[in-house]
Ligand binder design. Structure first.
Ligand SMILES: Nc1ncnc2c1ncn2[C@@H]1O[C@H](COP(=O)(O)OP(=O)(O)O)[C@@H](O)[C@H]1O
Ligand SMILES: [Mg+2]
Length: 361
């Protein structure tokens, strides 16, 4: 099945979905030794708006990205859709079923990978993990065996299917987690950071697999990620999420076109000054946005300074001179093509790679 951009058949639809978390301040393990009035000790609560009235429509067969930094609300959204969390306001319709009222039917329509490898039994083999989870779907035993073999083959795990997961690599365990999500052949997949922390080879294999599930098998996929290249490469459309709000939703090309008209200069360098952004901003008040993305310079990845909008191109000379004075080694200079990172910066003023409210996944 080919995804149809003009279709108005939706497999996932969220309606004003909102979720708050009340954070209890932890007193620490020796908290009981601390004096103070009773009220103060545990009732100072912060409220985090994890989802702020999210309205999304994801078409049947669409590979839809949810892109945002750590703490943006991606996992919370995926958990609400999969009925693990109950929203505070609003609801969502999955495959025609309401997540509040038709939990069982919603769950039967979905396969999900949340938390990945950590949710499997490491003392069991890959095959036994899959056999066990399949048995929860009450399939006949013969069918279970066949399906498990099929999936082990699909994920290229057959050869080592009878080894315990504790002897697997992270990437292989992640493949088992994806196979588990596919056991009951659901039409919809919710994938929360499926390539988090994987090496490039496994990331590539898993991304190819996701593309195949969407394009060959016609599954509707919601892919939550903070890797912009992943969203850019795979997704038909992307919703950009920040602090619980959807700030834009469109095709990757159209999102990037939003910043295309603005001038964009990239300076690749080593050893930029600590306060590079502030320093350069003070020198070039007529450039709209100046950002520094630090590279892992010790490993040979340079840092990047970007000038966006306003008189970015005209100010290149000033910026280069100023950086040289501060002992920055400039290796190259481009008028760059916009990335989703630039879109994110333009929309939120924050950085996708470093921004975010918390370290949660
Ligand atoms: N169980 C929880 N209790 C309190 N706060 C939470 C909880 N889960 C998530 N949060 C907060 O909600 C916000 C969104 O988190 P999350 O959905 O995990 O973001 P993401 O997956 O995009 O990194 C964050 O600020 C996070 O700290
Ligand atoms: Mg997360």
């Amino acid at each position: 099945m080919v995804y149809d951009e003009s279709s108005d058949a939706y497999s996932i639809q969220t309606i004003n979905l909102a979720k708050l978390f009340r954070k209890k301040k932890h007193k620490g393990i020796f908290g009981f030794l601390k004096r103070g009035n009773k009220k103060e000790k545990s009732e100072t609560k912060d409220v985090t708006v994890a989802l702020d009235h999210v309205n999304l429509k994801i078409r049947t067969g669409e590979l839809f990205g949810l892109l945002g930094p750590n703490g943006a609300g991606k996992t919370t959204l995926v958990k609400c859709l999969s009925t693990i969390l109950i929203p505070d306001e609003g609801t969502a319709i999955i495959n025609g079923f309401d997540i509040r009222k038709q939990t069982t039917l919603v769950r039967a329509s979905l396969g999900m990978v949340i938390g990945g490898e950590r949710t499997l039994y490491w003392k069991l083999t890959a095959r036994d993990n899959l056999m066990y989870f399949a048995s929860l779907y009450k399939m006949p035993r013969k069918r279970i065996k066949k399906r498990v073999d099929e999936l082990l083959e699909k994920m290229n795990l057959l050869e080592r299917a009878d080894e315990r997961l504790e002897d697997y690599s992270t990437g292989m365990r992640q493949k088992v987690a994806i196979a588990r999500a596919l056991l009951h052949d659901p039409p919809i997949l919710l994938l929360d950071e499926p390539t988090l922390g994987l090496d490039p080879t496994f990331s590539r294999q898993i991304r190819n697999q996701i593309r195949e599930l969407s394009k060959k098998e016609g599954k509707t996929v919601l892919l939550a990620t903070h890797y912009m290249e992943e969203a850019d490469e795979l997704c038909d459309r992307i919703a950009v999420i920040n602090e619980g709000k959807i700030v834009a939703a469109d095709t990757p090309d159209r999102l990037k076109a939003m910043v295309k008209e603005t001038e964009l200069v990239e300076i690749i360098c080593y050893n930029p000054p600590q306060d590079a952004e502030k320093y350069l901003e003070s020198l070039c008040p007529d450039v709209e946005i100046i950002t520094l993305v630090r590279g892992e310079e010790a490993k040979g990845t340079p840092s990047r300074i970007k000038l966006m909008g306003g008189n970015a191109e005209k100010r290149v000379g000033t910026v280069v001179d100023a950086l040289r004075k501060k002992n920055t080694q400039i290796t190259s200079l481009n008028i760059s093509l916009p990335t989703l990172e630039d879109v994110f910066i333009k929309l939120t003023g924050a950085k996708l790679t470093e921004g975010g409210r918390g370290k949660s996944q």
